[in-house]
Structures are given as structure tokens and as C-alpha cells.
Write a protein that binds this ligand. Structure first.
Ligand SMILES: [Fe+2]
Length: 597
């Protein structure tokens, strides 16, 4: 039984393939076409999934797409009459979904008559819920999806038991926690798609001084119910159009906050304006109001279902600061957040919704790692290295066995070098989790600035994240619940903060990745080797990229390595070291010695 899930015609286009109940592959189109948040039909992601399964498109049994034009058609119709332009845009997307069978057949050069697959339209939030619950380790769980907008809803919750989920309720347009967060992200001067992370980082610097005003924007008005103060927003009157910028084909969201919001809180910050204390406090207030609304949802859902396990999906599930507070604010004891909790994850969710909700087949898969994308052989890596070898002779290249490789990588990191780490299959979801990562020494407070200056060029207020041996998590953090996909921020124990200053955020939390031996054996070995060498089984882990999608192929890793001031690249069994990096060793050693004194 082969099921292909496709998230298409929207940002974060992706594909996933499920064979006899097991996920075999899942990947975002952006990893192939190198356009961040790529939309359209994810042709190359589909090709890759078919290749992994060893089948042609004509051999796929079911094709699932996470959109249902008929869902909430009454609400859609009502808004269509009020906002014709918004309705037209929605209708255009829906018509593309209606023609997906033909478009797929044309793209794969076959007649649609040769496609034997049954096509399924899975409602957007049902697919989100399925993307979390059906791949979670839980037999039973409460499940919550929250995002900006999908099929005219912004949230949905369910109770999962075995291979079935019972939908318990939903929040429909225009009330939306995702829209709220995006609107305020824009107001704070961050307009790029996906900038919500920046504001979450900024929130740690401020105090929730404006919380009362924000409670008027997001009003919790009962168990599992909230309302937006619509005067503060525009999406219910102007729509929430997404356009695509010509220059880099990235999505641009229309302005979502109203003039009234500026009257109440002062003028919006211009993107080039300095970030001031007031902005810190606004971000903190916005985050606090979101956390209040989410906590009230979580608690009510725990009461309603009586469950101790919770699964989260939808873009709001990426709010790791809020997620980190679930254990103190709710009765939930276990939480699972899928690595691609946003819309990319819909491909997995739609496929598993067909597998279980529609076909009623039993569950037999748990997503315990994120390595579901392309991988490359040693031969392919060698060819890439030889073809693109630095002409100035500035690289020392070695090929090592696994133990020596891990020891060498750990030594480089401990010496303060910035190390590209390219191993195995590309991660599913936006986080680098030890397959396509840039690694550095978390003990050096200055490492954050060094990484930003040399490679990442990110805003100074954005934190970097740590990976930690799963076994050591409770020693360093106040919670030990697994966070394999970097979707929780936990407080670092006060006594440990000075041991790992680089990834500890200003509020004392860190967005950790717990690494288990079973799920990611090579990365686990590296962390253990670093721990043996330094006494600290933690490395700073950021994504392997520089203002681009995370690297996928060896050529992209080599290009990023050579274009930036990365010192070392560990790719498969190869270690490439820039000779110029050795010159920095002295400087690094001096800085660590200075800190120790
Ligand atoms: Fe969504």
C-alpha cells in the first residue's frame, strides 16, 4: 500500500511517502530548488519520494492533499461576499487543487488515465492533527493544531485513540493565534515570511509591560475558546493575501495590523529602525498573551480528554518558549511535536490521515528522528570535493574511519573552530538536527558573535540552540522530557548557565535538542566524544546554510563552506580543514584561557 502526501500551491511545499504504514521519505521542495519556503507543485520532492519507494507515480495507490474546498463552505461563502479579492485568491488556489491530478500526470509525462491512485482531500487541520498524532509514540493522546489559517480555520483539537482521531472542536476565521502573532511580528518591523522566530527571540529581553492591552487583542472567553479583538487587525476586512516577491520568489504576507493598533500602542517599528527597549517589552507582552491563550487551551483540552499525552502541530507549535511551559502549566506529562509542525508537515499528515482515518489500517510507525530526506554516498562526496577543490590550496583533506572522524570533529569544536557537519539524510522540517548542522563550542560566550560575524549574519537578539546527550539533559536543564526536534525551550539550571553561555538565552532558557543513541547514533557519538574531552556533553548546533535553504547536496555544503568563514567541514568520512583556520587557533586558545582566569 503506497500513499503519497503532497503539500502544494502554498509556502513550504513538500511531499512524503508512506509504504505499508511506514514513512519512507519526507522532504520540502526548497531543499531541491533552493528557494526558501518554495511553493507550487513540489515536483522534485515527489520525484525523490517515488525514487525512495522504488515506484512510478502510476504505481501509487493513494494521493492525499491537505485541502478540502468543501470544508466550512458556509463561512467561506460569507467572507467571499464581503471580501471578493480575497475570495478570488482562495478560489484560484482551490482550482489548482482541483486540477492536481491533471497537473501531476502532465508533469510526469503520462495520461491521467494511467494514474491508478485514489485522490483524497484531507481538511487542512485534520492533516495537521494527523501529522502529529499518527506518528507520535502515544497510543492515546489529546491533539491540538493551531496556525494562521487553513481551510478557513485556525485551530482544531481532537482525541486520538489507536488508529482514530475524534475531532472535538475548532476555531474558525477570523480568530487566529497565528494571525495575531504574524500581525504583531509585522508591527514590530519584521515583515519576512517566517520572521515570527525573531520576535520570539526578542521577547526574552523584555517585560510584559503591555500585557493588559494584548489581552484585549487575544481574549480568552471560555474553555477552548478565544476571540481576537478584531479592531486591532485587518485580515477580517482586507483578507490575508500572500503574494510572491519577484526578486527571490519568497512569500510576502499582506499587512495584518490596523491603524487602531498603532493608535493604542504607538507607531509600528520600521524595518530599519533600531530595536529599542519598548520593542522588547512589546514582544514580551505579545508572547505572554499568546502563552496565556495557549495554556488555557491546553488545560481545557487536558480536562476534556483526561489524557496525559499531548500532540501539537500547526505553525504555532513552533513556539518553543510556550511549549517549554506545558509541564509547569498543565497536567500533561508527555508532549510530542512533529519536526515539520508547520505546513510542510501536512504532506506527512495527509498521507497518515488516509492510512488510518480513511483506510482504517493499524498504526505501526513512530517518528523518532527527522532524517527523511536525501542522502549521498561517499563516492558522490568525493567527486564533489575533487570537482570543486579550492584552487588556492587552502584546504587540508583527510578521509577517516568513524571513530577517528568523531574524535577529530570533537577536537576541532573544542578548539573553538566552526565545523560544518554533513551526515546522512537531510532533516525533515526547518531545524538542523545533526544531519546538516554547523557546530561550535557552547562554552565560549563569544561564539554567538563569532558565528554571526563569520557565517550566519543574524540579528544579535536571536539565540543559538544546543544539542545535548539525552542522558545529560536533566543535569543541565530543569526538565528532562525529550526534545528531539528542538521544539521546546527549557530553563538551563542556574549552576550550568556559565558552562554553556553561548546557547543560553538572556532569559536563562535554551531551545535544546536532546540526542538519543538510537535515533541519531553518529551525532550521539560526537556529543559523547565532545563531553569526554571537555566535561560538557553539549554542542552549539545551528543550521548549515547562509541565507538560503539548509544545504542538501555535497556541492551546496562545499559552496557554503568555501563562501563563509567556516573552519572545518566534516562530510561523510571526509574532513576538510581550511589552512587559514589553523591561524585562528592561537586566538581561540587565548580567548578560552582568558575566560578561565
Ligand atoms: Fe497550516
Amino acid at each position: 500500500m503506497i500513499i503519497l502526501g503532497i503539500n502544494a500551491y502554498h509556502a513550504n511545499a513538500s511531499a512524503a511517502i508512506v509504504v505499508d504504514g511506514q514513512l519512507w521519505a519526507a522532504v520540502e521542495e526548497e531543499r531541491f530548488n533552493r528557494v526558501k519556503y518554495a511553493a507550487g507543485l513540489p515536483v522534485r520532492a515527489i520525484e525523490y519520494c517515488l525514487q525512495v519507494a522504488g515506484v512510478n507515480l502510476s504505481e501509487v495507490d493513494h494521493i492525499a492533499v491537505p485541502r478540502d474546498p468543501m470544508a466550512r463552505w458556509g463561512t467561506k461563502l460569507r467572507y467571499a461576499l464581503r471580501m471578493p479579492r480575497f475570495a478570488m485568491e482562495r478560489a484560484r488556489v482551490m482550482s489548482r487543487f482541483a486540477g492536481i491530478r491533471e497537473e501531476l500526470a502532465n508533469t510526469f509525462d503520462m495520461s491521467s488515465d494511467h494514474l491508478r491512485a485514489h485522490f483524497h482531500r484531507v481538511e487542512h487541520h485534520t492533516a495537521h492533527l494527523a501529522s502529529a498524532y499518527f506518528v507520535s509514540p502515544f497510543e492515546k493522546a489529546a491533539v491540538l493544531s493551531a496556525d494562521g489559517l487553513g481551510d478557513f480555520a485556525s485551530a482544531m483539537w481532537a482525541a486520538g485513540a489507536g488508529p482514530k482521531m475524534s475531532i472535538l472542536g475548532e476555531t474558525t476565521f477570523p480568530h487566529s493565534l497565528g494571525m495575531y502573532y504574524t500581525a504583531l511580528t509585522q508591527y514590530l518591523g519584521f515583515w519576512k515570511f517566517g520572521d515570527e522566530y525573531k520576535v520570539m527571540g526578542l521577547a526574552a529581553y523584555g517585560q510584559p509591560e503591555f500585557l493588559d492591552e494584548f489581552r484585549r487583542m487575544v481574549r480568552v472567553d471560555g474553555p477552548l475558546s478565544f476571540r481576537l479583538g478584531l479592531k486591532y487587525f485587518t485580515h477580517h476586512t482586507q483578507g490575508a493575501d500572500m503574494t510572491w516577491r519577484e526578486s527571490d520568489r519568497t512569500p510576502v504576507q499582506a499587512r495584518l495590523f490596523s491603524n487602531y493598533l498603532e493608535e493604542r500602542l504607538g507607531p509600528a517599528r520600521a524595518p530599519d529602525q533600531t530595536v529599542e527597549k519598548r520593542h522588547h517589552n512589546l514582544a514580551a507582552s505579545m508572547q505572554a498573551a499568546l502563552e496565556e491563550a495557549l495554556a488555557s487551551h491546553w488545560v481545557a483540552l487536558a480536562q476534556k480528554t483526561g489524557e496525559k499525552s499531548l500532540c501539537l502541530a500547526g505553525g504555532v507549535a513552533f513556539n518553543c518558549l510556550a511549549n517549554g511551559k506545558i509541564f509547569e502549566r498543565t497536567p500533561f506529562e508527555r508532549v510530542f511535536v512533529q519536526p515539520a509542525a508547520g505546513d510542510a508537515g501536512l504532506a506527512v499528515g495527509a498521507a497518515f490521515a488516509v492510512e488510518h482515518q480513511i483506510l482504517g489500517r493499524p498504526r505501526k510507525f513512530v517518528m523518532d528522528h527527522a532524517a527523511w530526506g536525501p542522502e549521498f554516498s561517499g563516492k558522490q562526496m568525493r567527486t564533489a570535493i575533487e570537482n570543486g577543490h579550492a584552487s588556492n590550496g587552502d584546504e587540508r583533506i583527510e578521509e577517516l574511519g568513524e571513530d577517528a572522524l568523531v574524535q577529530s570533529a570533537a577536537r576541532h569544536i573544542a578548539e573553538g573552530k566552526i565545523v560544518g557537519w554533513f551526515q546522512g539524510r537531510v532533516e525533515w522540517g526547518p531545524r538542523a538536527l545533526g544531519q546538516r548542522s554547523i557546530l561550535a563550542d557552547p562554552r565560549r560566550a563569544e561564539m554567538k558573535d563569532i558565528l554571526n560575524r563569520r557565517i550566519k549574519h543574524r540579528e544579535i537578539f536571536r539565540p543559538f540552540a544546543p544539542s545535548i546527550l539525552e542522558e545529560a539533559a536533566s543535569e543541565y536543564f530543569e526538565y528532562s522530557h525529550p526534545s528531539p526536534f528542538m521544539t521546546f525551550a527549557y530553563p538551563v539550571r542556574p549552576a550550568k548557565r556559565e558552562l554553556i553561555p553561548a546557547p543560553t538565552h538572556v532569559d536563562g532558557t535554551a531551545r535544546l535538542q536532546t540526542v538519543s543513541r538510537a535515533a541519531n547514533p553518529l551525532y550521539w557519538k560526537l556529543l559523547r566524544a565532545f563531553g569526554d574531552r571537555t566535561g560538557v556533553p553539549v554542542v552549539l548546533n545551528t543550521s548549515f546554510n547562509d541565507n538560503e535553504p539548509i544545504v542538501c547536496r555535497p556541492e551546496e555544503a562545499l559552496d557554503c563552506f568555501r563562501r563563509t568563514q567556516m573552519d572545518v567541514l566534516v562530510m561523510g568520512n571526509f574532513i576538510l580543514e581550511k589552512k587559514s583556520a589553523a591561524a585562528r587557533d592561537e586566538e581561540n586558545a587565548a580567548s578560552l584561557a582568558k575566560r578561565a582566569n
